[in-house]
Write a protein that binds this ligand. Structure first.
Ligand code: ZN
Length: 410
């Protein structure tokens, strides 16, 4: 919907001013705020350091579960999962009576503000690292939308661009590489130069953050790469807003060994096999770097235990932070009740949740386990390259990124 008199666009109950100059919103996957702090302190991020004087830096809350898809969809809809419906990568679909991926746009219950701007005549471009997000981010979008992972396979009809690979001069990187994220930035800079979109959304992958803690050489090198590209986007005249889908923490003991609650095994011991069902919404086709282990699970109790009994037992497990009923979890985290189990279990900062031990291939982990999903990974940066006017006092969310960029910056 457009309101020509004020030149604004409405989407999911929020109103956005038309951009005065190109707006680039960047979602740095897994960007725990300390990655930036450490890189700035080490002198690896001079551009970000310069924003202390002339930019805006807020700390925002992501969506819980602090996973990639729910948060990316929240950022591009400006709304929580209770509105857009995407509350994980993976869920129990009662209609299909099966555990299924939630990648398909048929699960999306709200339009994106990107599509709303495009419908109003804006030039919109989206580049994502992994292809799993592309169809959700690009849902009904009249514009450019492609993934680095499949940049060699784009078509004008499907992606709004015929030569995505030629934009960067890079080869298609491995899906498990820092280069996959660099490709996103390189393509973004080239698109800004060539296509001059009014609105652009760039979304990277957290391959590096799953392996490297803040301040380590690999993490600082990655942040330095981001810093260079952010500087180039700025130099091309864009408003740049940087946020993250979630933070990232070690899920290990002091020796670096993983702290994992294999929750399905515990429930099977207590209540019998095939009685309850643990769903890990972090599950996705790309599990090498985290083994499908995060800090959030949802549990279907079936005909087994009472909720009170299960809550008491699960809450007593070391490393569990909270056990919520469906109603409590949906109220607190703004989730769609029909896609959440009877219980939601969140573990604390150093502990991950698994299903059954035999469903996780830990041999693939070549570094101490780092992951996300809990409340402990909810804090993320929300940074802009311009000063804000009088910012409202509120709980800033990462899905306020477009609101900040379009409605509050000078
Ligand atoms: Zn992520």
């Amino acid at each position: 919907m457009t309101t020509p008199s004020t030149r604004s666009v409405s989407s999911n109950g929020r109103t956005y001013q038309w951009p005065a100059r190109p707006l680039v919103v960047v979602c740095v996957d897994g960007c725990e705020p300390d990655y930036l702090t450490q890189a700035i302190t080490a002198g690896c991020a001079p551009y970000l350091a310069s924003l202390l004087e002339r930019g805006t830096c807020l700390t925002a809350d992501s969506v819980v579960p602090s996973f990639t898809n729910p948060n990316n969809l929240s950022i591009v809809t400006g709304a929580p999962p209770s509105v857009h419906g995407i509350c994980g990568n993976y869920f129990w679909d009662p209609d299909a009576n099966a555990e299924v991926m939630m990648n398909d746009a048929k699960y999306l219950r709200a339009g994106t503000l990107l599509a709303a701007f495009a419908d109003a005549g804006a030039r919109v471009a989206v580049v994502t690292a992994k292809d799993k997000l592309r169809s959700l981010l690009g849902h009904k979008l009249l514009g450019i939308c492609f993934s680095a992972e499949r940049a060699a396979e784009v078509t004008l009809v499907d992606n709004g661009i015929a030569d995505a690979l030629a934009l960067t001069g890079m080869k298609v990187p491995s899906v498990y590489s820092a280069a996959l994220s660099e490709f996103v930035f390189a393509a973004g800079v080239a698109l800004l130069e060539r296509e001059r979109p009014d609105i652009m959304y760039l979304s990277t992958t957290d391959y590096v953050q799953h392996k490297a803690a803040p301040g380590t050489p690999a993490a600082n090198e990655f942040t330095a790469m981001i810093d260079r590209y952010l500087g180039r986007l700025d130099a091309l005249g864009a408003t740049v807003v940087v946020t993250a889908d979630h933070g990232m923490n070690a899920k290990t003991d002091a020796f670096g060994r993983p702290n994992i609650i294999f929750l399905q095994d515990r429930l099977d011991e207590w209540y019998g096999k095939a009685t309850t069902r643990v769903i890990l919404p972090i599950t996705d086709p790309y599990v090498v770097h985290h083994g499908a282990l995060g800090s959030y699970a949802t549990v279907y109790l079936g005909q087994g235990p009472t909720r009170d009994h299960a809550i008491r037992h699960i809450a007593a497990l070391p490393g569990v932070e909270s056990v919520l009923t469906r109603e409590q979890a949906c109220a607190r985290f703004e989730l769609p009740a029909d896609r959440v189990g009877d219980l939601v279990v969140v573990t604390e900062r150093l502990t991950a949740i698994g299903s059954s031990r035999d469903r996780h291939d830990l041999s693939q982990l070549d570094a101490p386990l780092r992951s996300h999903g809990g409340v402990s990974e909810q804090r993320v940066p929300l940074i802009a390259n311009r000063r804000a006017g009088n910012l409202p006092t509120r709980r800033w969310r990462n899905f306020d990124a477009f609101d900040l960029g379009l409605n509050h910056l000078q």
